[in-house]
Each structure stands twice: as C-alpha cells, then as structure tokens.
Design a protein around this ligand. Sequence first.
Ligand SMILES: [Ca+2]
Ligand SMILES: [Ca+2]
Length: 319
Amino acid sequence: MNLRLISTIVLALIFGTGELLLADSPGVARGVGCAPACGKQNIECLSGQPEYDSRLPVGHMTILDTNCTAWIIAAPNILMTNAHCNPGFVFGLSVEFNQECDACSGGSLKVTDSYEVTEFIHSNSALDYAIFRVEGDPASVWGVASVDDTPPVVGQAIYEIHHGSGLPKGYDEGQITSIDVPGTCIPGTQIEIGVSAIATGGASGSPIFDASSHCVIGICHCGPPCVGGFGIPMSAILADALPHIQGAGGQVVPCSANCPGADGDINDDGTVNGADIQAFVTATLGIPTPDELCHGDFDDDGSLNAQDVQGMTMALLGP
Ligand SMILES: [Ca+2]
Ligand SMILES: [Ca+2]
C-alpha cells in the first residue's frame, strides 16, 4: 500500500468521500504546460499589480500525496490551511513557496523553496482551519499576509490565490455571494460564505483577499470543481485562532486599511484617555485583537509589549 493510497483512505475515514471536499489527490503532472488549475490565470499575469505581491506568502502544501494551499499568517513560520487538509499531522507534510510559472502564458516553473512542517498547533473543524509551524523562517523570505477581521459583506469584491490540483499558482477573482450559511457545503461547519472564485481540489485553504485592501478576509473551504464555492470568514477564524497563534509566538499583521497607525486609542472610541490605559494593559497582558494592535503597536513589531509603553505615554500626554 503506497502513501497516496494510505492518505486517501485516511482522509476518507475522516471526512467521508463526498465529492465536495477540496483536499485533492494528484492526477495532473506538475509543471506540464505550466498552467494553473481550471484554466485560471497564471499569477504572473498580475505582475506589477498589488495582487502580485499578495502571492508571496502563499504556498503549495502536500500532505503525504494530497494537495492543499497554505499561507503564512504569522511570522516567523506559522501557516494556515483548512482543518480538512491538516487535522493534526506533521509527518509527511511540507509547503513549497514560489511554485509559479515565469510567464503569463506557458513558461517554466520557477525555482521553489520547500519547508517541512515541524509542529501542529491547532485546528477547528467547525471553522475548517488549521495552523501549523514549518521549519526555519519563511516569513523573512516570503512575507506575511495581512489579515482583516472585518466580517465580509455580500457583493464585496475579492480574489483568491490558489494551488488548485497542486498546479502552479493561479489567480481567480469574484465576489462574496452570500454570508453566514452554516453547514451548506460541509455539515457541521459553523459559518460559511458563498464565494464566486474557484473552490477546486488543492485550492483548499487558499487565502481570499479583499480586492481593495489586499488583506485576507477568508479562506477557501469547499465546493464543486472549478466553479464558485464556499469560504470561511477570517472574522470568525481570527477570534478563535489568535490566542493559539500568539501563544505559539506568532505575530500577525493587521490589515493596514483598517489600521491608521498607533495612536493610543486602544478602545477605538475616537479619543485617547484614561480608559485606554486600562485597555492597553489588558491587551498587553492578554491577547490583543488586530484592532488593538493597530492602535497600540508603536514600535511596529507585531505585538503589544513594554516597547510600546513610551509611545502610549506620549499619546496620552498629547501633542
Ligand atoms: Ca480611546
Ligand atoms: Ca510593539
């Protein structure tokens, strides 16, 4: 029995064999013709645009011989994918960055950069996300995707960067088509959003970006091959995942579009006063929300800590 068969059986035992599941068995040779899945655009076609920069922290994850997409959510080395892609394994998992074609049409595969998974951190099947650690410091090479905990709305323009079918990095765009439709695609899922960007095998876990802010507002979750499917909003995931990410030493990057810069207004009520001192202390001792980080991370190191006290004091004293 080979590893691929074992992995298929394991995944089937865990998730059933419903055709809607996205974790994908291979079948298409990588690099042949150097094109993404489902006839979608090579990410290279976006060269020079902000969407192109968004591709960097996105990697192709292989679990034994099955494909998913994972992306760097926190420096130095914490990644996110779907729970149905990584229900708790470390053995046999790796993530490869830069698996892209070097031309908009055709071209050749670029030199890739692979990292072994070293630690499973947390997963939540009701929100279909998993976080895990890889070796080394890929964030220093490939960056960290900014995350937005603002709930998505119907009609919001989005794009998705994916490794559908384990093929080179592809791009798809669309919009949010529905919100809060729990359990529609996978029974037991706490919250699902309709997304008109492909949900196909291997795209599981792909980041879904807001088309204006280029921040991650959700992850691809489930759907039929090569057509629109369902995602999980980051607003729900972050509320659950942040303590685990930060407890593991990870530093997320809040969406700068929602982040006016550190100003001391920790409770976001428009003024800087004594109430913010208490909010600052609570957030510093506990797990700060992305919004609290925006307002209080004066030294811009991704966490609220002693290095921010001076900035906080100056903000309280005023200009
Ligand atoms: Ca305030
Ligand atoms: Ca700081």
